[in-house]
Design a protein around this ligand. Sequence first.
Ligand SMILES: [Fe+2]
Length: 274
Amino acid sequence: MADDAPRSPRLSRKQLLRAAAVALPATAIAGVAVPALADPARRDTARTLDPTPQCTDGDETPEQIEGPYFKPNSPLRTSLREPGLPGTLLTASGYVFGRTCQPLAGVLLDWWQADDDGAYDMTGFRLRGHQLSGDDGSYHLETIVPGLYPGRTRHLHVKLQAPGEPVLTTQLYFPGEPRNSTDSIFDARLLMTMRTSGDEREGTFDFVLDVTGGGSPAPTPTGTSQPGGTWTEGASYQVGDVVTYAGGQYRCRQAHTAFAGWEPPNVPALWQQL
Ligand SMILES: [Fe+2]
C-alpha cells in the first residue's frame, strides 16, 4: 500500500465526521448532530482532533460543470465493471453529509465517466450508474480508473440529490495527475484521497451538501389527508412506469426501488410530472 496524497496535519470537519461515522453504528449516528468523540476508548484519536462543532467552516462540496456527456436514466447499480472492460480497477467510497453535520441517507448519486481510452458511451450506459447512500450516509462505487481525453485531467462525474433537494453536479479528481495543474476546471477541493491495494486503486471522498437535515430520508409532505395514488413504498419501478400520487401523475425517469422520502414530488430526478 502506498498513499499518493499527503495527509493534512489538521483534520477537517469532513475527516472528523468520517472518523465518527466509521466508529459509530448507523443507529447512533442518525440522531447525533455532531458525533461525539469523548469515548475513552478513542481518547488518543480525539486528542489529536481540532473539533469544529458548529460546522461553519464552509466545506460544502463545490459545484462543477456537467459537461457534454451526461445521460439521464442510468441503471441502478454500485458496480460499473463489466466482463472484459479494460482498465485499472478503482473503488470510490465515502459518506454524504448535510450542512448540519449529519450523514444523509437516501441521497441519489448518479455517476458517469470515460473509459480506459478516454471515451464516453453515448449510445448505451457503459460506465454509468446511480445508487443511493445508505442509512449511515455511505456510498461505494466499483469501477475503473477513467482514461484521459483532450483538454481534461483525470476525473469522475457525479450528480447528488438528497430527497426533495436541488441537484449538486460535481466532479472528483485524482492527486498527482500531471494535468491537474493545466486543467482550468480542476478544483483541488475535489481531490480524492487515494491509495493502492493490490491491483486496485482506492479513492475516498466525503461529500457535504448544502442542505439541512440528515440521518433519514426527508419526511413525506404533510397534509390534511392521505395523499393517495398508486405509488407504493417498496415497489420496484422501471423507466416509463406511470403512477399517481397526491392527485398528480408521474412517469419514472430512472429505475429504482421506492422508499419513504422518495415520493414522486420529492425526487424530480426519478419522477417526471405529467
Ligand atoms: Fe468528463
